[in-house]
Design a protein around this ligand. Sequence first.
Ligand SMILES: Nc1ncnc2c1ncn2[C@@H]1O[C@H](COP(=O)(O)OP(=O)(O)OP(=O)(O)O)[C@@H](O)[C@H]1O
Ligand SMILES: [Mg+2]
Length: 350
Amino acid sequence: MNTIDSDAERLLDTETSPDSGPAASPATPIPLPTALALPAPQRPVVAEVAVSAASPSHEPAAASSPAPAPSSTPAPSAAPTPSVPPRVLVLANQKGGVGKTTTAINLGTALAAIGERVLIVDLDPQGNASTGLGIGYKDRARSTYDVLIGTAALREAIRETAVPRLHIAPSTIDLSGFELEVANERDRAFRLRSALAALNGAVDPAHHYGYVLVDCPPSLNVVTVNAMAAADAILVPLQCEFFALEGLSQLLKTVEQVKTTLNPGLSIHGVVLTMYDRRNKLAGQVVTDVRSFMGDKVYQTIIPRNVRVSEAPSYGKPVLLYDLKCVGSQAYLKLASEIIQREKQLRAAA
Ligand SMILES: Nc1ncnc2c1ncn2[C@@H]1O[C@H](COP(=O)(O)OP(=O)(O)OP(=O)(O)O)[C@@H](O)[C@H]1O
Ligand SMILES: [Mg+2]
């Protein structure tokens, strides 16, 4: 077994007990710099869920000039083949400040650390995922707005990050005008799906990914619907606070609507409880309530409230680069291993 296999196995073997509490860490923390320096896996861990062949005809405009290949891009031979589409997971909750962006950044980093090739698509005009991954405004000449509006291909917007194998398509405030601009366009809900299909069909393996994580804005608007129409599954961050369940029914209803009208394959991948504070009795009650409402859709891993997690974005870094050993980093590594396990189960059941 090579190094990456043993590192990944170590993560995957980590027990995730409901009783272990959110601060519990894998027995042996992965030395991230080593893990991140590893080559991409020979076989992607992801399930193959094809982006619908019946996608609407809208395609983003052809690139005016090819985007430069990121310097840390692994050798083409190590990348997944075009015939295996990425697993598209969308982080959605119309409630603000629940941990969508923090989870996109740090789950993406943890998956990359395990060896996956990951693309984060920033679909929030606030651009917090882009800033949190150190992408300055001058590096956002092409953004997800250009992609959705059809003036750039997704590959033109993609930037590398400080984390090997983790790329991002950044966003800008322009995205806030998207809804009005496409109000009369029939294919307005399918822009992201088309862009991802074009990316996956491209010959350049530098832009083939095992996972695409889409960070949504805190609303159920046409941008979020684009994400849901392109998704294989939704990942719902819920903050461990009194109003945690408020709005969840509305979100689930929207997911159902998208499923019946736009994307029959859509499912809820899981609910991740965030910002858990063990000193707060109410937080424990929220965990119990959410588990009784959503059952085993709730991941065993709970993300603790941790000051290192909230400090990291101001340095333009994921918390796993900022402080690998803190409980927040360890929780996100654990969540990544749980998600990969869940993916394996979904594949086995398919
Ligand atoms: N585990 C955590 N511990 C401490 N602070 C956290 C944690 N997770 C998130 N935060 C902080 O909570 C705030 C909201 O998090 P985040 O931006 O990820 O939420 P969001 O759902 O993306 O928000 P929005 O709806 O505005 O996009 C941020 O300041 C973030 O740093
Ligand atoms: Mg956000």
